[in-house]
Design a protein around this ligand. Sequence first.
Ligand SMILES: Cc1cc2nc3c(=O)[nH]c(=O)nc-3n(C[C@H](O)[C@H](O)[C@H](O)COP(=O)(O)OP(=O)(O)OC[C@H]3O[C@@H](n4cnc5c(N)ncnc54)[C@H](O)[C@@H]3O)c2cc1C
Length: 408
Amino acid sequence: MAPVGPGAIVVVGAGLAAASAVGELRRREFDGRIVLIGEEPLPPYERPPLSKEYLRGERDLGSVLVRPASWYGEQGVETRFGTRAVALDVRSREVVLADGERVEFDRALVATGARNRRLPIPGLDLDGVLDLRTAPDADRIREAAGRGSRACVVGMGFIGAEVAASLRTMGLDVAALDVFGVPLERALGPEVGRAIDSLHREHGVELHMGSPVAAIEGTGGRARAVTNERGDRVACDFVVVGLGVRPNVEPVEGSGIEVDDGILVDAHLETTAPGVFAAGDVARHRHPLFGPVRVEHYDNAIRMGVAAAAGILGEREPFADPHWFWSDQYEANLQVVGVASEWDRLVIRGSVEERSFVAFSLSAGRLVMAAGVNRGRDVRRAKKLIGREADAEALADEGTDLRELAGV
Ligand SMILES: Cc1cc2nc3c(=O)[nH]c(=O)nc-3n(C[C@H](O)[C@H](O)[C@H](O)COP(=O)(O)OP(=O)(O)OC[C@H]3O[C@@H](n4cnc5c(N)ncnc54)[C@H](O)[C@@H]3O)c2cc1C
């Protein structure tokens, strides 16, 4: 692969997608200038352990780094950690940093990820109301768990459900509230959600589902209880809020690059400004199977980072990954492939009661998503079936080898 001439590549946002892209650029023997700009003071690290092993104190920070801190210097990557990029000037081809410095680029990658959404809930600013995106956030939750004995989790999406599971595993009393009837319902539907609901209840989480949170109440400036609109009041020592994320699009605002719930990228991950790419949680890409989609998961960040690096170096392969992710809660491993917000048929393979099943979501006869609990192998095998017409009975039949259905 021919390098991009003498030009420099600037990568904005030093998270997983950025680190994957930088690694891929060097792997493809691009030996020009690479500047990696990240707001956090740390080198790129993996976030999944923050709600799991790292939160529980089973892994340290060094073990969650994407690459050893020394790798960047060894590879001649200029790093500006602890530095916020405030603008991207596509005409002068410069990234503007918070201190006014301008870094020239020939090609740029924006991989600024996402930040936690803040809903207008009264009491959100009280002491003891925490959320989780970064390693210091996880440290704060672990410290609060060391001081208090009763936690309240607001929002039972992936982050809330994982935090609830970790805090229970650490021995805390945990209550959780959500507007949906069951955990993970927004992402995976009520059927899979019910299995996760019973999982948490069996582990002793007090669930207050199906009513929006009304307020966080405090005394002396500290959170002491959470209420919902139904009138439930849950006393606690601290609160962890997990209500989804918003893409960090600020550096490209005003640049002319199109933004719509994320930075819009084409099938090659290029934004509407030629030579400027976006990847990871911040990128909303035109997927050949799912249409415009913004995915907020680990594997996608890695694959998009790698694909964006290839695109930056001139490769024109469309990004068509079927998307896979996982979540760990207690002893349950959840894996999902595909993307769907609605479907017209759901078929179950296995046993929901025994928490060993895959839920296949079909839309107009095509498989759009497979979500499995303790069925990682089946889910990975279903990857090749995503977007294809599939026989519902065959999917449900435990005797059918999914590899054969996929023709592999
Ligand atoms: C607690 C937690 C647990 C998770 N668990 C799972 C899991 O089990 N499975 C799974 O598939 N996914 C999981 N995820 C999701 C996964 O971690 C993300 O999808 C992934 O981190 C996205 O990578 P990214 O590089 O796009 O963004 P990020 O990891 O968010 O990195 C973006 C970086 O850019 C920086 N930045 C933002 N704006 C600027 C700016 N203006 N200038 C400079 N830098 C900037 C940010 O500070 C950040 O460091 C989890 C996420 C969290 C938070």
